[in-house]
Design a protein around this ligand. Structure first.
Ligand code: ZN
Length: 298
């Protein structure tokens, strides 16, 4: 069986795996994201060790961004202008391509997770869908007409502008670029800054969650009206709070106000806005799916 290396390069942790799909992961390693030299060094040490026993045909990297995923660009394979200290202009694809001499695919972490869900999870059989992760940041990716979304760069859905009622929510937002963009209002660090405690310590009936659901629903209504996704998958630590999913679904219905007359929204929204079927493995499995595609394209 052909084996692949998957790297979920997150802003807080790296997940590396060798395998060919959700039922066939031979080895996995998780470690914190520190400096590029130390973090990529640990990843390469893991794969060097694995390669003593297994041949790895290609690699896929699902990375925090922004990344340059355009193969015709001179900076293809780089993490570009990230605010993450030490990481701007890091040639993450080159690190693996030089070491192993096999195809290496790259996309954003959220497009990677979307690809994983498309191949093996909650988006199987769909050709237009959206994947969001709401955690230390808020990122969105997905497919339109069967292709992962790219264009000028790649989607940055977390930085969309949503209405901010400062009477209801005086918190100014904490995006370093925009203040109260969606990420600045609704990602995990915004929850912590607004309420003075980490999201996972807020009780399920805390008013924080209705406000959170309101912001997420505002963003999702924008996405629904622009992309017309067949399904929306929401992952990340914030979505682990059980009261958020039902609140987001009903708020999306309230804001759309009957305009989109489709059963998926009117009566089957529990199957329309869903958690990732691959759980917290979506990212690394998506990276393996990306490696499969990189080999097929080589
Ligand atoms: Zn922003």
């Amino acid at each position: 069986m052909t084996l692949f290396g998957g790297i979920e390069a997150g802003g807080t942790k790296f997940v590396c795996a060798v395998g060919s799909g959700p039922d066939h992961i031979l080895a996995e390693a998780r470690f914190p994201t520190t400096t590029p030299a130390e973090t990529l060094g640990r990843a390469i040490a893991f794969f060097d060790e694995q390669r003593k026993q297994h041949e790895i045909a290609a690699f896929g990297i699902a990375s925090f961004g922004p990344v340059d995923a355009d193969p015709s660009s001179p900076t293809f394979g780089y993490i570009t202008t990230t605010p993450k200290v030490g990481w701007p202009n890091t040639d993450i694809v080159g690190a693996f391509a030089r070491q192993y001499g096999v195809p290496v695919g790259l996309d954003t972490d959220v497009n990677g997770a979307a690809l994983g869900e498309h191949r093996w999870g909650a988006a199987q059989g769909l050709d237009t869908f959206v994947y969001w992760t709401i955690g230390t940041g808020l990122g969105g990716g997905g497919m339109v007409n069967g292709k992962l979304i790219h264009g000028l760069l790649h989607p940055e859905m977390g930085h969309m502008v949503v209405p901010h009622d400062r009477n209801r929510d005086p918190f100014p937002g904490n995006c370093p670029y925009h203040g109260d963009c969606l990420e600045g209002l609704a990602a995990g660090p915004a929850l912590e800054a607004r309420w003075g405690q980490r999201g996972e310590t807020l009780p399920p009936d805390h008013e924080a969650w209705l406000l959170e659901a309101h912001y997420l629903a505002l963003g999702l209504v924008n996405v629904i009206t622009i992309v017309s996704p067949q399904r929306i998958i929401l992952g990340g630590g914030v979505m682990a709070q059980p009261s958020v999913f039902p609140a987001v679904r009903s708020e999306v219905q309230r804001l759309l106000n009957g305009y989109i007359q489709m059963p998926a929204i009117l009566s089957e929204i529990d199957r329309y806005i869903v958690p990732p079927a691959l759980g917290n493995q979506a990212g690394v499995l998506g990276a393996i799916a990306m490696a499969q595609d990189a080999l097929a394209a080589a």
